[in-house]
Design a protein around this ligand. Structure first.
Ligand code: PMV
Length: 324
């Protein structure tokens, strides 16, 4: 049995940073994101009754080591739920540079959860698919849905994502790929260290619910300025928790700071633009769809030859159908 699924990355406007439970991948707080319409991951899972272990590849390159281990552990979870001992072959094609803070793991595990559950014959509701994707990578729970999405903290049963109505709010994102290489420290380890050592983590957990309420209200009244201001401030606070860790986790480089200056200058010049930054040096600029050209021009003027990706709001995960 074989099944293929496609999922898109998402970028959080209220970030997920820190787990309450590592094994179950339960977050310390709710988070809220925008699913993108660029850089999809397409994953095919084929059951292989003769095999004694799972096999996986990224764009034709065999996966090894910890990467393979992470995918295998996830496949074991799906197989166990299906009451199967059969191993699987996973083929993944990803259009986004991996490990650069562009949320490749979110799209990857959302697509893997959908393709694997279908291949193993599990018919999951979107909510249960989100709970399953969460086990692969927390932020993958959100890529199951399109548009604006909230992922709830809670226990295993209650921690799933769901889409948010946003009538009249059109969002776009310009991603400045300032460094496409692998990041120095993965988000898993960086979160662990922040939770264990940063004196600012408690303040983060205490402040997110209020930020989320304000974000939900701003979305409901289609107030892009408030959405942007809240998103930028939340991203700064997330990075502040990491700077307080021991040893500190710093994903920013000099270009990251320069890009924040470009965004601030855009605002002074009347272009509504707001920055957000994930577990990497790249800066993502939130704006109205009609402002993407102006924002891209400013970034290009500041960084010669910078790679820019422009995205609107994208769809949730889609299963392309099982093949025999
Ligand atoms: O689930 P992960 O390991 O991809 O963690 C994602 C963490 C951030 O991208 C930094 C924030 C977020 O909410 O997406």
């Amino acid at each position: 049995m074989s099944s293929t699924a496609i999922a898109h990355p998402n970028i959080a406007l209220i970030k997920y940073w820190g787990k309450a439970d590592e094994r179950l991948s339960l977050p310390a707080t709710d988070s809220l994101s925008l699913t993108l319409d660029i850089a999809p991951t397409r994953t095919t899972v084929t059951l292989d009754p003769g095999a004694d272990q799972h096999v996986a590849s990224w764009s034709g390159e065999p996966m090894t080591g910890r990467e393979l281990e992470r995918v295998s552990t996830f496949l074991d979870l799906v197989a166990e739920r299906a009451g199967s001992r059969t191993r699987a072959v996973v083929e993944t094609v990803n259009e986004i540079p991996t490990g650069a803070g562009l949320a490749s793991s979110a799209a990857g595990f959302a697509a893997l959860a959908a393709a694997a559950s279908a291949a193993y014959g599990l018919a999951l509701s979107p909510r249960d698919l989100s709970r399953l994707a969460r086990r692969g990578s927390g932020s993958a729970a959100r890529s199951v849905f399109g548009g604006l999405v909230q992922w709830h903290a809670g226990d295993d049963e209650g921690s799933f994502a769901e889409p948010i109505e946003a009538p009249g709010l059109e969002l776009a994102l310009v991603v400045a790929v300032l460094a496409a290489g692998r990041k120095a420290i993965g988000s898993r380890e960086a979160m662990r260290r922040t939770v264990a050592t940063s004196p600012f983590f408690g303040a983060w957990v205490a402040s997110v619910p209020g930020e989320l309420d304000a974000m939900r209200a701003a979305i409901a009244r289609a107030d892009l300025s408030a959405v942007g201001e809240l998103a930028e401030s939340n991203a700064m606070r997330m990075h502040a928790t990491m700077l307080g860790a021991v040893p500190p986790v710093r994903y920013w480089n000099a270009d990251t700071v320069a890009a924040l200056d470009v965004v601030a200058q855009c605002r002074r010049d009347g272009i509504e633009a707001y920055a957000t930054i994930d577990a990497g040096p790249n800066v993502k600029v939130l704006c109205r769809p009609e402002a993407t050209t102006a924002v891209a021009d400013r970034l290009r003027a500041a960084f010669a030859d910078v790679d820019l990706l422009v995205s609107g709001s994208g769809p949730g995960v889609r299963i392309l159908g099982p093949a025999a």
